[in-house]
Write a protein of this length. Structure first.
Length: 223
């Protein structure tokens, strides 16, 4: 857009960007292929109940709960699978609008401030970010790590995922970790929550469900 032609930045193109940022972003088959809302999931499947999300166990999958040091609050779920790591966080969202388009731009800005770079790509869940993030590695100044930032807007919730390891660079591993992300069930609940608040996550409800679940480090708590 020619800024001289619209110095206030409030013309049709600006309005179009605002509408696009508020639109929901999700696969067209989300309600059947996932990530699912609790109301869409098969209630008899043997999910591991972590409060805001339910995880379907599979061979080779390891769960890590990322806990905030001070409050001991669970702030993210880490999934190690197929040579990849997948961090997931569920957030409250408006009923009729989405969060991912706006949040994606904010993530790109944050990574740029850290000295990293991002590239907008399109994957099975829609638009995503492929990021190169500076990583402090002993004896390797200037090293970077690759990560994929994915997001899906559901009914009154937003699910964010960060894929690292083989799933960020190898197609076969990516397909496996994408299927894992699809299998997640989000439990929004009925409690009123401001958009972008983290939907509470908990330890597994039964001792049997806790097999393979280990505490992890501190993760981000907001979007």
């Amino acid at each position: 857009m020619d800024e001289a032609a619209d110095p206030a930045g409030d013309g049709p193109e600006q309005d179009g960007r605002a509408e696009q940022e508020q639109a929901k972003s999700a696969p067209v088959d989300r309600s059947t292929a996932g990530p699912l809302d609790e109301s869409e999931a098969n209630a008899v499947r043997p999910y591991v109940d972590l409060g805001g999300v339910k995880i379907l166990p599979r061979e080779g999958l390891q769960l890590r709960l990322e806990v905030e040091d001070g409050s001991k609050r669970v702030v993210a779920v880490g999934l190690d699978y197929a040579g990849s790591t997948l961090q997931v966080q569920p957030f409250a969202a408006p009923r009729s609008t989405g969060l991912w388009h706006e949040i994606r731009h904010q993530i790109a800005d944050q990574i740029a401030k850290q000295g990293g770079t991002t590239k907008l790509t399109v994957g099975p869940f829609g638009p995503e970010l492929l990021a190169e993030i500076p990583a402090a590695a002993p004896g390797q100044p200037g090293s970077k790590r690759l990560a994929r930032f994915i997001g899906v807007d559901g009914p009154r919730w937003f699910l964010r995922g960060v894929i690292a390891g083989d799933g960020a660079v190898k197609p076969d591993a990516a397909e496996k970790v994408e299927d894992l992300f699809r299998s997640i069930v989000v439990v929004r609940g009925t409690t009123p929550m401001p958009p972008r608040d983290l939907i509470p996550l908990t330890m597994p409800q039964s001792a049997g469900s806790a097999d393979g679940v280990a505490p992890g480090g501190t993760g981000p708590t907001s979007v």
